[in-house]
Write a protein that binds this ligand. Structure first.
Ligand code: HEC
Length: 148
């Protein structure tokens, strides 16, 4: 009787643990997607500035670079193993077979953004320095993000 109870309790705990794990994975996917969505949101107007369809705004450019530096530090830690199984995630399994390369790409984005932040003081230096920073986005997506 006591044994059966212990087994039942243990089974219950395992179920609860598995459920909390599933929740944690969903949270981490939502968290990284929110940071990446922020990348998209700040990049959109700046892309317009590059093409000349939006007036150049140094403060907005600097704010975007600030977000790149900040989020790039956090993002590698938001891709724990197994978190590609979330159906809402576009993360490809290749991330976890090349995690060092994947993490290094975020580091490079951060380093390039920090350098650009110092180099960009006007529209000419913006046009010279910004494209190199956002090249990191597409390069990573080509390898590690599912195309919808
Ligand atoms: C090191 C790799 C890497 C870099 C660098 C990177 N991304 Fe991504 N990005 C991803 C992955 C992987 C996903 C899919 C994440 C998921 O769904 O779990 C993603 C998803 C996104 C999304 C969709 C977010 C959502 O709403 O679900 C946007 C927008 C985005 N990235 C923009 C950018 C921009 C802009 C940059 C550059 C400033 C950038 N990314 C740099 C890997 C990267």
């Amino acid at each position: 009787m006591v044994r059966r109870l212990t087994v039942a309790l243990a089974a219950g705990m395992i179920t609860a643990f598995a459920a909390s794990l599933a929740v944690a994975q969903t949270d981490v996917v939502k968290e990284r997607q929110a940071l990446l969505k922020q990348f998209g949101d700040v990049t959109k107007p700046v892309g317009g500035m590059l093409r000349g369809s939006v007036p150049f705004d140094l403060a907005q450019v600097q704010a975007a670079l600030e977000i790149y530096v900040k989020n790039a530090k956090v993002l590698p830690g938001l891709f724990p193993a197994g978190s590609d199984s979330d159906p809402d995630s576009d993360a490809l399994p290749a991330i976890w077979s090349n995690k060092a390369d994947f993490d290094a790409r975020f580091a490079e984005l951060g380093t390039d953004a920090a350098a650009a932040r110092a180099a960009i003081t006007d529209e000419a230096s913006f046009k010279a320095n910004f494209p190199g920073v956002i090249r990191n986005c597409g390069a990573c997506h080509d390898n590690y993000r599912q195309k919808n």
